[in-house]
Design a protein around this ligand. Sequence first.
Ligand code: CLF
Ligand code: SF4
Length: 491
Amino acid sequence: MAGQLIGLQNFAGSDAETMRAALSGGCSSSQCGSSDKPDSMPDEVWAKIKDHPCYSEEAHHYFARMHVAVAPACNIQCNYCNRKYDCANESRPGVVSEKLTPEQAQRKVITVANEVPQLSVLGIAGPGDACYDWKKTRDTFGLIAADIPDIKLCLSTNGLALPDHVDEIADMNIDHVTITINMVDPEIGVQIYPWIFYKNRRWTGLDASKILHERQMLGLEMLTARGILTKINSVMIPGVNDTHLMEVNRVVKEKGAFLHNIMPLISDPAHGTHYGLTGQRGPTPAELKALQDQLEGGAKLMRHCRQCRADAVGLLGEDRGQEFTLDQLEEAVAYDPSRRGNYRALVAEMRGEHEAAKRAASESLVEVQRAPVALVAIATKGGGRINQHFGHATEFQIYEVSSQGIKFVGHRKTEQYCEGGWGEDATLDGVIAALEGVSAVLCGKIGDCPKESLAAAGIVATDVYALEWIEEGIGHWYEQLNGQQEQRQSA
Ligand code: CLF
Ligand code: SF4
């Protein structure tokens, strides 16, 4: 069944046929038409999210974001942040990005747009606060929107300075704003924020926490009133705000938040943060999933966040930032819209086919009565297909399957097992540990050796479904599992 696996991240050419082959993994058939728009979603909201890889889980299979690190100044102190590094409210902590001027950012974005046709969103997520360092944020977005009018503009903020800029945000067509809201009770905020800087003075303790809370709520309400989509990031800090995040979810939903993204605290003494140095731990993956499951039915959850860098480039889960550092950029660049245009046209076709496959998979699962709920890990390079070699994966996308359907529930990061054609046993042990609780791994290709080790750990690994759509492959695997069980029961 498996044909040639074609990389999605590096399209060799800009012509439509090359891209079609890369996207379809070798198949040439496609159908136009249907979309993934939920029936209850207004068309104007769908138009804003359908190509945004963070606001739409489906879009993250096809579209890429890039961040430019133009806003280094910050007006608060979070206990999980060390100012040597980038803003941990949106980015993985402990990472330093290359700070850019708005003009340097403009050259970088044009270069990326010419080379990465999946690019759909430009985000400013620090390395400090995009609203506090507003002039640089505004100048950067202004320059790039003039060159690439269809790129979506997205920013991330702690919220303190947000109300001062909401009108300009609306005027500049910034459709997506993330606010980090870790509490709606200032008493809890005291344990997270030692100080803020507001109205030319420094505030501490409960006063600081109250001001921050009021400004965050005001900013969220102002954005909602203007129809700007908001995502709320909350850092889950066990023993500090973990149980309180239920209340945060309720309040932000009431105030119109579009998405809620619960991010695990990453705490490491090497990062030099207050929490890192005082031994505050982050949640386990199981604790995070349990909280997310409890929140189902509240504000819609984002479960596919990768806590990316403040200078990240590429599909979520990949980081091509190092290919576009300042020293590699040309002095003068001009935007060429052809590759992004060709790519979008093809994705519009492919999505129809993907949707049809998803529907067919769901319908066939209704027939499957007896098999238990299972977690399935997928190795994918993007495009919505099972198209990555097991040994090349640095993360697996995790889906939950039952007779009720198939849903994306998260991802697990791993070390790459196979480097230069050889797999390391020690690395494989780490991969197996990362796949705890998973019943099957579906991938583009896998050798006998890792397959046997996974089988010994109770995990089926197979490349039989290579190049199928993810949901299609999971559905086929699950039906086959059910068939085996039925045979065992009738024997
Ligand atoms: Fe960047 Fe954030 Fe915009 Fe996305 S990231 S500013 S909304 S374009 Fe996305 Fe990265 Fe998670 Fe952020 S995966 S850290 S949620
Ligand atoms: Fe650090 Fe971001 Fe918090 Fe500022 S808002 S202290 S940069 S994590």
